[in-house]
Design a protein around this ligand. Structure first.
Ligand SMILES: C[S@@+](CC[C@H](N)C(=O)[O-])C[C@H]1O[C@@H](n2cnc3c(N)ncnc32)[C@H](O)[C@@H]1O
Length: 309
């Protein structure tokens, strides 16, 4: 567990070391997973479905379409959370969960992210704020997406790619080929939304036949710049795919977590340049911004043709 800790209801910081509390949380999880509705669940994980609205004022009453997203909370992930933390509950509210119970469980789960690095392989099972921002941007820029081939990298629950599919793009969703559960969940989410996207395993910095066959016109990546040890591999893949299709662009959203200089350095290394940089929150309806964390950047990246010529 990291040293950051998460804020509990009393406003103190700390890890889960109170056995009584852990038992309480464990009992609550067991009871919720056995009786939960509308989610499906097993004893070891809880599945929630959240509805994301687009267009109109993006409310349940006034929208153009919605996307349903399946998120899975594992028991061990859940138990890493200490308490229902109000700040995370508020953050969760921006995600339009279909029922308050699911909201609370997912809010708890999100709070784990602060201090539970061991859940990294589960990152693809949640909708991250960067994904909300990028999907709104896709919606706003929908005329750009109609009829073009779109590839989402590190798609996880795939909200931006699904919005692109909804507005008429031909979409391929990808995630780490070793994360079978994430890839399976992507398939379930596509089926739930009746969207016909291709789904493939694509691990950054690894080259197999499927990568050579891809020629996306637009690449999307939400919150894929979070672990600096992966940045070089990610940029290698992005640069390769940008070369595979002239005029293509990589649109990514990332949270300001300190990797800024490394990102700039790697763009130069891989012959890339930033063609647009926006404050992510400027792209989304005010009611979705409420409670979102930190700063989110939205960047469009293209080949730096001056360097590559
Ligand atoms: C923080 S999550 C973001 C998920 C989703 N894009 C979102 O914003 O909700 C990072 C995603 O990158 C994927 N990922 C991590 N390392 C990867 C790698 N080396 N190759 C491909 N995907 C990777 C994870 O499986 C996960 O889905």
């Amino acid at each position: 567990m990291g040293s950051g800790g998460s804020q509990n209801n009393e406003g103190t910081e700390g890890e889960v070391d109170d056995s009584e509390e852990v038992e309480d949380v464990e009992a609550a999880f067991e009871s919720e997973t056995q009786s939960s509705s509308p989610s499906t669940s097993t004893h070891h994980s809880m599945t929630t479905i959240s509805r994301q609205y687009f267009g109109g004022d993006s409310s349940a009453d006034n929208h153009t379409f919605f996307i349903d997203i399946i998120e899975v909370i594992k028991r061990e992930v859940f138990l890493s959370a200490n308490k229902i933390a109000l700040p995370f509950l508020i953050e969760g509210m921006t995600f339009c969960f279909s029922n308050i119970r699911n909201l609370i469980w997912v809010a708890n789960c999100r709070s784990c992210w602060v201090n539970a690095q061991k859940i990294r392989e589960d990152y693809g099972m949640f909708v991250w704020p960067c994904s909300i921002v990028l999907s709104e941007y896709v919606w706003q820029q929908r005329s750009r997406f109609s009829g073009v081939s779109v590839l989402e990298l590190g798609a996880g629950t795939s909200l931006p790619g699904l919005v692109a599919a909804k507005v008429g793009a031909k979409v391929t969703l990808t995630d780490n080929s070793k994360h079978a559960e994430v890839l399976e969940n992507m398939k379930r989410i596509c089926d739930l939304n009746k969207l016909n996207c291709e789904i493939i395993g694509l691990t950054w910095g690894e080259w197999d036949e499927s990568v050579f066959n891809l020629h996306p016109q637009i690449m999307l990546g939400a919150d894929v710049l979070y672990d600096s040890s992966d940045f070089d591999d990610l940029f290698a893949t992005v640069a390769f795919l940008l070369h595979s299709c002239p005029e293509s662009v990589f649109i990514t959203t990332y949270q300001d977590r300190s990797g800024h200089h490394l990102i700039e350095f790697l763009m130069v290394k891989w012959g890339l340049k930033c063609s647009k940089l926006l404050d992510g929150y400027s792209c989304i309806p005010p009611q979705k911004v409420c409670g979102m964390p930190g700063i989110i950047h939205l960047v469009e990246i293209v080949l730096n043709n001056q360097d590559s010529s």
